[in-house]
Design a protein around this ligand. Structure first.
Ligand SMILES: [Zn+2]
Length: 727
């Protein structure tokens, strides 16, 4: 009995132990599974199927329908149509499943007077009018909604007269210096200067004229730059996409970006506003754009010597002269009725929350406001962005969850000086500065059907190339990618890579992300063949009332495949940036960029650059070490990945000088890439050093080299070991 009892007891014990072990085994196993599952999820690799799903889902027909709808109504900033267009975008994004807000800013905008047209008048000494400009453009299609007449936003109203008229070529600083050297500084005082569009930002033309003593300015689009194949009816709009004789380019003349009354700070309700008379960036002289058919007559009355060949335009029966006293005692008058007005403008922000890293944002943006119907600028971008969000919304409904948060932005009042994006970034600069990985900008997404045109931060180079290899080229043989076309038509033969530019200037809404946020950003568009188009200054109907849907359909992108390509390219780039645990940024691109930027500087004494050269060499070595270390990273450890990614994000940010370029409080903060002072559209490496060299100021050169050296050394410290970041 006892034996049996013991046997049974022992047996029960063994079984219990066994069961216990088995239960324990499964419990522990389950626990491990659970931990591993959590761990795996955090470091999950990108599901590459999503890239192809995205590419396959973008439909040209949808973008065409978007563009047709969006360009059927005017959408100028600050008018009721600003809010209406914002609501259209907001509704679409809500349907796509995005979280949507509409930030509103009250900002200083500018409008002409519909009842009193802005005009330029040339009068002979007997008082008879030789020509008075129309103030409007010819209407080719009477069913087209009326849009704002040609004017230069933020220029004052007023009437100015002069018997002296000068021709200032493109109005660049060196153009007006040359003009002054030929005709004498004194004779420019009290004059009116006529200049052609192209080459530099229009606001700088007017500021230069003002600086040289002019009391008024006139701008026009010379056929040499906007209708190079001739100006007869069959050679221009509405038979071709070239500027017709009555066309005129609208645009802002504001030198500062953002609301002029609240520089540096957002235009929120509580913000202090400058008095208008204290805003030094507002132009002080009346100015007006006119048609080239009108300029042709006015230029015939110019006196003075003939200009050199490179100053000559292509107007028939005009001998291009420097000007002076007008022939026959004539008088030129500029009369404008523009009004500055504080208005509300709206951004629309749509967010798809990230599943694993919701605190990291991949941002795409495009402005929504247009001078006229804006079929190219910017609505080709808006039409494309809405297709990108539609596809991502569909994918979301089918279970896709982005790793990082995706943020889509539709900006207001860009045309008036990047105002909507500047105010938003200024308001949330701390949040955005801490969290944004990249900002991808489109403005005029499609201005041609030839190839892609990219401006980017250096570290995005490789990921952009990767995206271009995934996307079919528009108007090309089957199987050809954006990359193939790019390499065929725009190749850097030394590096055997596609050409792109690192200089971004301040031409669109990426500016505040470059200069205030410090993320690594890109701007892209599909463009025309510049050589074939005889190097036109821009797409010819830029900012005219002829930028309409039918123009896009007839002359630019008939089947909307260029739009589709842009949608696929930008969208896949969003996914490449959001889905990989380890960011695909290339730091060594920064080394070559810094070297190039420095080599572009040409001081009389090259040794003045030695401290900067040494810092860049050290940067190069540190970057190599950083890359070598990253190869040893434990890619299953989410912390290690985050450490690495954060160093990449901090690197671009470390080039921002919080005080602004040159030590004054400006929004130009990037020490390597910021606009130069004389041309807002351009940018050059190390702009403060290049300005000091331009001014031949030795002390200033040394000072600015020291500052740049400090920022390059700061940047390399970011890439060093955490316990030894000292340089
Ligand atoms: Zn634009």
């Amino acid at each position: 009995m006892n034996k049996r009892y013991y046997f049974v007891t022992a047996l029960v014990g063994v079984i219990a132990l066994g069961v216990g072990i088995v239960i324990g085994y499964f419990v522990i196993k389950k626990q491990q599974n659970h931990d591993t599952w959590k761990y795996d999820r955090l470091t999950r690799q990108a599901d590459k199927k999503n890239y192809q799903t995205f590419i396959d889902s973008v439909q040209a027909a949808n973008i065409e329908a978007n563009l047709k709808d969006l360009t059927s109504r005017p959408h100028l900033a600050g008018l009721p149509e600003d809010l209406e267009s914002a609501e259209v975008v907001a509704e679409r994004w809500k349907n796509d499943g995005l979280l949507v807000i509409k930030p509103k800013y009250n900002v200083l905008l500018s409008y002409p007077d519909d009842n009193n047209l802005n005009r330029v008048t040339l009068t002979s000494d007997d008082g008879s009018v030789i020509i008075q400009t129309n103030g409007t453009e010819k209407v080719y299609n009477s069913t087209q909604p009326k849009t704002v007449n040609p004017f230069l936003a933020h220029t004052p109203n007023g009437t100015v007269n002069s018997t002296k008229l000068f021709y200032g070529n493109y109005g660049a600083l060196e153009d007006l210096q040359k003009l002054a050297s030929v005709v004498g500084n004194a004779s420019l005082q009290g004059s009116i200067i006529i200049m052609r569009y192209g080459s530099i930002f229009r606001g700088d033309k007017i500021m230069h004229a003002q600086y040289f003593g002019a009391i008024g300015a006139i701008l026009y689009n010379d056929p040499a730059d906007y209708a190079p194949f001739g100006t007869t009816a069959d050679q221009v709009y509405d038979q071709k996409w070239y500027m017709p004789p009555s066309g005129a380019q609208r645009g802002s003349a504001l030198i500062l970006d953002g609301d002029p009354l609240t520089p540096i700070y957002p235009s929120t309700d509580y913000m202090y506003r400058l008095k208008e008379e204290n805003v030094k960036y507002l132009p002080r002289i009346p100015a007006q754009p006119i048609a080239y058919a009108e300029a042709q007559i006015i230029l015939q009355y110019l006196g003075g010597n003939e200009v050199p060949v490179e100053w000559r335009g292509a107007l028939q029966n005009v001998t291009y002269r420097y000007g002076g006293e007008l022939y026959n005692g004539s008088t030129i008058e500029v009369k404008t009725y523009n009004k500055l007005q504080r208005k509300d403008t709206y951004d629309v922000i749509g967010i798809m929350e990230g599943d694993i890293e919701p605190d990291r944002y991949i941002v795409m943006g495009n402005h929504r406001d247009a001078w006229s119907l804006g079929a190219i600028d910017p609505t080709s971008g808006t039409a494309t962005m809405l297709e990108i969000t539609r596809v991502l919304g569909e994918m979301y409904k089918n279970g896709f969850r982005p790793r990082r948060s995706l943020m889509f932005c539709s900006w207001g009042a860009e045309e008036y000086g990047l105002i909507g994006s500047m105010e938003y970034v200024q308001e949330y600069v701390k949040v955005l500065g801490a969290r944004i990985v990249s900002y991808l900008n489109v403005d005029s997404a499609v201005q041609g059907n030839h190839t892609i045109l990219v401006k980017t931060a250096p570290m995005l180079f490789d990921i952009i190339v990767e995206a271009s290899k995934m996307v079919p080229s528009a108007y090309d043989a089957p199987g050809q990618t954006v990359y193939d076309k790019w390499m065929r038509v725009n190749r850097n033969n030394i590096t055997d890579e596609p050409k792109l530019t690192y200089d971004r200037g301040s031409g669109s809404d990426y500016f505040s992300f470059d200069q205030l946020v410090g993320s690594s950003n890109m701007d892209a568009r599909y463009t025309y063949n510049s050589a074939e188009q005889r190097n036109i200054a821009s797409h010819p109907l830029y900012h005219t009332s002829y930028e309409v849907f039918s123009m896009m359909k007839k002359f630019v992108d008939p089947d909307f495949t260029a739009h589709r390509t842009m949608g696929q390219f930008i969208g896949v780039l969003v996914l490449l940036l959001s889905e990989t645990p380890v960011l695909q940024f290339n730091v060594t691109r920064y080394t070559t960029t810094l070297m190039q930027a420095m080599n572009n500087l040409k001081p009389n004494d090259p040794t003045v650059l030695d401290p900067l050269r040494n810092a860049i060499n050290d940067f190069g070595k540190t970057a190599e070490d950083f890359v070598a270390r990253s190869k040893l990273m434990d890619r299953e450890n989410p912390y290690e990945i985050r450490f690495y990614n954060d160093q990449l994000l901090q690197l671009e940010r470390s080039f921002l000088n919080p005080l602004g370029q040159g030590g004054d409080y400006t929004d130009f903060k990037h020490i390597v890439f910021a606009p130069s002072k004389d041309n807002q559209y351009a940018a050059s490496g190390f702009p403060t050093i290049s300005d000091a060299i331009f001014n031949n100021n030795q002390t200033e050169i040394e000072y600015q080299v020291a500052i740049a050296t400090y920022f390059v050394r700061g940047a390399l410290s970011i890439l060093k070991d955490f316990n030894n970041f000292f340089s």
